[in-house]
Write a new protein. Structure first.
Length: 279
């Protein structure tokens, strides 16, 4: 993939996130450190983020005004990968909850975060199946399935950022279906200006966008998504995007989707400056 060396480093971590990899939940002290980290991220304070990330096992890499914090995917604390613009308080979080399960979603998220200084990148640090017992059969039994577990570090950080009013764009993937390229939903949150802008931009990019309770994609709407519920509770905007496998495997289409999302954020920012709401 293209982009900066920091972006390439983040992408290279993803194949190391194995389905049967190690994973453990945070203890009480680590939960407290995650809250401090989330506050640092919300304010764009790179020094504070680096300091609060260190006791959580997050290795720091800084390049050209951006900071990458990443856990070791081979360790039990395989919790987070984060990229922020130093000194810039973000307005949006782009989220990748299922790295190496929803293949190539990280490329879209990293490309979006690289394009806009107001975008914070938040990714799970483990495969969604990591740390699960052999007899796990429902999503709540998988401790690293961060879109289904509100006790995961990813979920804790995302909820705190939502509480600060940051909009969230969350990326997922689905196997190809003949009549849709992208399934778009606000999850449990109400629709709003950001969702409208994303729909318009993706349509202009030539992608077939599915929405609502159509039986062809009703299973992809993410209405029980933990981050969507947290956003709904705090009044933050939430956009749940399911991308087809063909789209995700095509570098040109991934870049076009990142461009579309960046354009949607610009559209909403322009509307907000004119007195309209993200919601």
């Amino acid at each position: 993939m293209g982009g900066t060396e920091l972006t390439r480093l983040a992408a290279r971590l993803v194949p190391e996130m194995r389905r049967r990899g190690p994973y453990r939940p945070p203890d009480d002290d680590e939960v407290a450190s995650l809250a401090v980290l989330a506050e640092a991220l919300a304010s764009g304070d790179a020094a504070a983020a680096r300091a609060s990330g260190a006791p959580l096992g997050l290795a720091a890499t800084e390049e050209d005004g951006r900071l990458l914090l990443a856990s070791d995917p081979g360790a039990g604390r395989a919790w987070l990968v984060l990229a922020l613009w130093c000194g810039t308080a973000p307005g949006t979080v782009v989220e990748v909850p299922h790295p190496n399960a929803d293949l190539d979603t990280e490329h879209v998220g990293l490309a979006l975060a690289e394009r806009r200084p107001g975008v914070l990148y938040l990714q799970a640090g483990a495969h969604r199946g990591a740390g699960a017992p052999a007899d796990a059969c429902v999503r709540a039994d998988f401790p690293a399935d961060v879109a289904a577990r509100d006790d995961a570090p990813f979920a804790r950080v995302a909820a705190q950022l939502a509480g600060r009013g940051l909009a969230q764009v969350q990326l997922h993937g689905f196997a190809d279906r003949g009549d849709v390229d992208v399934v778009l939903s606000p999850g449990a949150a109400p629709p709003g200006g950001l969702l409208d802008a994303v729909r318009a931009r993706l349509g202009s990019a030539g992608e077939r966008v599915g929405e609502g309770d159509d039986p062809r994609w009703a299973d992809l709407l993410g209405r029980r998504n933990v981050q969507g519920r947290a956003a709904a509770a705090t009044g933050a905007a939430f956009v749940h995007l399911e991308l087809s496998r063909s789209l995700r495997r095509d570098p040109g289409r991934r870049e076009a989707v990142a461009d579309a999302l960046a354009g949607a954020l610009d559209d909403v920012a322009g509307a907000a400056s004119g007195g309209l709401s993200w919601r």
